[in-house]
Design a protein around this ligand. Structure first.
Ligand code: UDP
Length: 329
């Protein structure tokens, strides 16, 4: 019995692969290494270097391996990039999902856990956001993930492929021993950028927007530790393998932190000054994103263990200090 993890060399994917192996799953990783890192993949996973948009390649993997379920991370995920290159997102994310669902159907694989996002909601109607709330993405990244969710729904109707879409809010942190962590090129996410400034790899933080309708004018986000997120994928897969139906879950901590609060917490955790300046708003950023994650707690039995931003930043800081230039490959 094997779990296939497309995108298993990425940030969240590599932590999930690691947790799957710690939980004695047999793991197969497919990644084209466009943004992922070969050395982030636990050595006990079988690794195939390739692109899920290439049907022959994907078909070969399903022929060689005996796949029972798929945890799908292979997608582009940078909001500002998606505003500039929307077609890249529809090609890689949406077309990739079409291929994956077709090949799953051909090989009679009936379970998929999907890495979705709070970006499907766009500017929320109410805080905290519930799964049933309106979905009006404000950027092509969120739009592509919403399309992928809808495709899985119709694959369930037509082919009985059961899915769990996990809508993440903001993810941070690293494995506690600092051996794997977050390494994007270019880096666009708030916590790693702040820590790069703390480390001296970057000169200052720019805070995008100071006139949002929030407590201090900066965007408010809801942060989850990457290890808690990884465990939610495993719970979701176990539920599907036990005959669970298709469902969508928010994954967040239900507490919002402003960009300025994250900066202040990072200053406390690192003991560094971390120079920062106000900058114009970034296109496509909703003002506040905070999750209602009650459903994940009730239905999946998900209980985050590292439920505060200090832990998240401290583990990311450990990774940053031991890997100032990220992975070697
Ligand atoms: N942000 C910022 N400066 C940066 C990077 C990000 O002010 O150099 C802000 C960004 O505008 C947003 C928040 O930090 O309000 C979180 O952004 P990130 O890209 O980390 O995640 P997103 O919320 O887009 O998924």
């Amino acid at each position: 019995m094997a779990i296939l993890v497309p995108g298993g060399a990425g940030y969240i994917g590599s932590h999930t692969v690691d947790r799957l192996i710690e939980n004695n799953f047999d793991v197969v990783v497919v990644d084209n290494l466009a943004t992922g890192h070969r050395s982030s993949v636990n050595k006990k996973a079988r690794f195939y270097n390739g692109d899920i948009r290439e049907k022959e390649f994907l078909n070969d993997v399903f022929e060689k391996e005996s796949i029972d379920g798929v945890i799908h991370f292979a997608a582009n995920s940078i909001v500002p990039e998606s505003m500039e290159k929307p077609m890249k997102y529809f090609d890689n994310n949406v077309y990739g999902m079409i291929n994956l669902l077709e090949v799953m159907n051909q090989h009679n694989v009936k379970n998929i856990v999907f890495s979705s996002t709070a970006a499907v909601y766009g500017e929320p109607e109410q805080i905290p956001i519930k799964e049933i709330d309106a979905k009006e993405p404000t950027n092509p990244y969120g739009e592509s993930k919403l399309m992928m969710e809808k495709m899985m729904h119709w694959a369930d109707v037509a082919h009985d492929i059961k899915f769990t879409a996990l809508r993440y809010f903001n993810v941070g942190g690293a494995k506690m021993d600092g051996s794997i962590g977050e390494d994007h090129h270019p880096e666009t996410h708030l916590i790693p950028i702040i820590l790069q400034v703390a480390q001296g790899v970057r000169s200052k933080l720019q805070i995008f927007g100071n006139d949002y309708p929030t407590k201090d004018g900066t965007n408010v986000r809801d942060y989850v530790h990457v290890l808690d997120l990884a465990d939610a994928h495993i719970l979701a897969m176990q539920r599907l393998l036990n005959g669970g139906d298709s469902q969508v879950f928010n994954l967040g901590s239900s507490t919002g932190f402003s960009n300025r609060q994250i900066l202040e917490t990072a200053r406390t955790v690192t003991g560094k000054e971390i120079p920062a300046e106000d900058a114009p708003r970034r296109a496509g950023d909703p003002s506040t994103l905070v999750a209602d994650s009650t459903k994940a707690r009730d239905v999946l039995g998900w209980t985050p263990k590292h439920d505060n931003v200090k832990d998240i930043i401290a583990s990311a800081w450990k990774w940053e200090q031991t890997h100032p230039n990220g992975y070697e490959n």
